[in-house]
Design a protein around this ligand. Structure first.
Ligand code: ATP
Ligand code: MG
Length: 310
C-alpha cells in the first residue's frame, strides 16, 4: 500500500468533513461520530422518461420507452445483454443526445404523427441540468490507477475545487462505513474486486447528486462477493436514500436491492413488465430471497423476461 502520498492515515481518520459540505456527501451524517455529511441533505428528485427512442444509425436500440422513478425510489432495470440499458442511462444522464428528430423534443412515430419525447429529472428536461443532477457509475469501475482509493473516492470534490486535504477529510469517515478502513492510501490494483466496487460507489455518492445511475455495479464479481455487496448496497440506500436507477441482468439482485423493477424487451427495447418488490428494503439477503412472496415475484419476473426474449 502506498503510504507516502498525502496526509497520513491517522490524520485522515481524525478529521471530519468541513462544515456546509452537503454536496460532498452530506453534513447530517456528522451526527454519528466522525461520520461524513449525509446524502439525506439532498433534495430528492424524480426521473421521468416519456416516448424515448434511440438508434445508432440503422440500429434501433430503444423504441418509445416510458418509465418513471419517484423521488427516493430505487428502480431496477432488468434486460438482456444488448437491449440498450447502458444507452438508456447515458441518455438519462445527458451524456448522449437522443437520436434524430427526438432531440428537438418532438419525435415522429411509425405513423408519422408527431409525439412528445422527453427525459426529465426534477423539473427540468435540459441535458445540462440532467447531467448536473446525476451521478453515473459506469459498468466497469474505472478507478484511476495512479490515484489511491481515497483520492479516487473524492475526485468529484477535487473537481469542485476543494484542496486534496479538504477532499480527503470529507471522504475519510466513509471508509469505515464502507468496509474500506485502512485502505485509504491503497492503489486500485491493491484492492479486491468488491473493494474497488465500493470505492467506485463511494465516489458516486460523494458526487453529491440526487440521482444515482448504477450500471451493473456488481456484474464482474463472484457470487459470494456479489451477495455481500447487494446486502451492503441495500442497507446503504436504506440509511442514505437517493433516487436510483439500478441496471442489472440479475432478477434476484434487482428484487432484493430495489423497490420496483422494470423488465426490458430485447432490442429495440421497451418496458414490457413492471413488478413491485414486496418486502422492506435492507433485510438480510438470505431472509429476503427465501421468502415465499419474494420467490413468487422472482418467478413472475423470470417468466416475463423469458417471454420477452421469445
Ligand atoms: N456508441 C455506439 N455506437 C454504435 N452502436 C452502439 C453504441 N453503443 C451501443 N451500441 C449498440 O447498441 C446496443 C445496446 O447497447 P448497450 O450497451 O446499451 O446494451 P446493454 O443493454 O447495456 O448491454 P449489456 O447488458 O451487455 O451491457 C448494442 O447492440 C450495441 O452494439
Ligand atoms: Mg450495458
Amino acid at each position: 500500500m502506498n503510504t507516502t502520498s498525502g496526509a497520513p492515515l491517522a490524520e485522515l481518520r481524525s478529521r471530519t468533513g468541513p462544515p456546509g459540505q452537503a454536496a460532498a456527501g452530506g453534513t447530517a451524517a456528522g451526527a454519528r461520530a466522525g461520520a461524513a455529511p449525509r446524502a439525506s441533505a439532498l433534495e430528492p428528485l424524480g426521473v421521468s422518461v416519456t416516448g424515448l427512442s434511440h438508434s445508432f444509425e440503422d440500429l434501433k436500440v430503444i423504441e418509445e420507452l416510458n418509465l418513471s422513478v419517484a423521488a427516493g425510489e430505487v428502480l431496477g432495470i432488468v434486460g438482456p445483454s444488448g437491449s440498450g440499458k447502458t444507452t438508456l442511462l447515458e441518455l438519462i444522464a445527458g451524456l448522449r443526445d437522443y437520436s434524430g428528430a427526438e432531440a428537438e423534443g418532438l419525435g415522429p412515430t411509425e405513423s408519422g404523427k408527431a409525439k412528445r419525447t422527453s427525459i426529465e429529472i426534477g423539473d427540468s428536461a435540459a441535458a445540462p441540468d440532467r447531467l448536473a443532477r446525476c451521478a453515473y457509475m459506469p459498468q466497469r469501475d474505472l478507478l484511476l490507477p495512479w490515484l489511491c482509493a481515497i483520492d479516487n473516492a473524492a475526485i468529484a470534490l477535487r473537481n469542485r475545487g476543494q484542496s486534496r486535504a479538504e477532499a480527503r477529510a470529507a471522504a475519510a469517515p466513509n471508509f469505515e462505513r464502507f468496509g474500506l478502513a485502512g485502505f485509504e492510501l491503497a492503489r486500485p490494483e491493491e484492492l479486491s474486486g468488491g473493494m474497488r466496487q465500493r470505492v467506485a460507489f463511494l465516489r458516486t455518492l460523494l458526487a453529491g447528486k440526487p440521482v444515482l445511475l448504477l450500471d451493473e455495479p456488481f456484474g464482474a464479481l463472484d457470487a459470494i462477493t456479489r451477495g455481500e455487496m447487494q446486502e451492503w448496497l441495500a442497507s446503504t440506500l436504506a440509511s442514505e436514500p437517493r433516487t436510483v436507477l439500478f441496471v442489472t441482468h440479475d432478477v434476484e439482485e434487482a428484487l432484493y436491492v430495489c423497490d420496483r423493477i422494470v423488465i426490458l424487451a430485447p432490442r429495440p427495447t421497451a418496458a414490457i413488465a413492471e413488478l413491485a418488490a414486496r418486502r422492506p428494503r435492507a433485510i438480510p439477503r438470505i431472509d429476503a430471497i427465501t421468502d415465499p412472496e419474494f420467490t413468487e415475484v422472482r418467478e413472475q419476473a423470470l417468466e416475463r423476461l423469458a417471454a420477452g426474449a421469445r
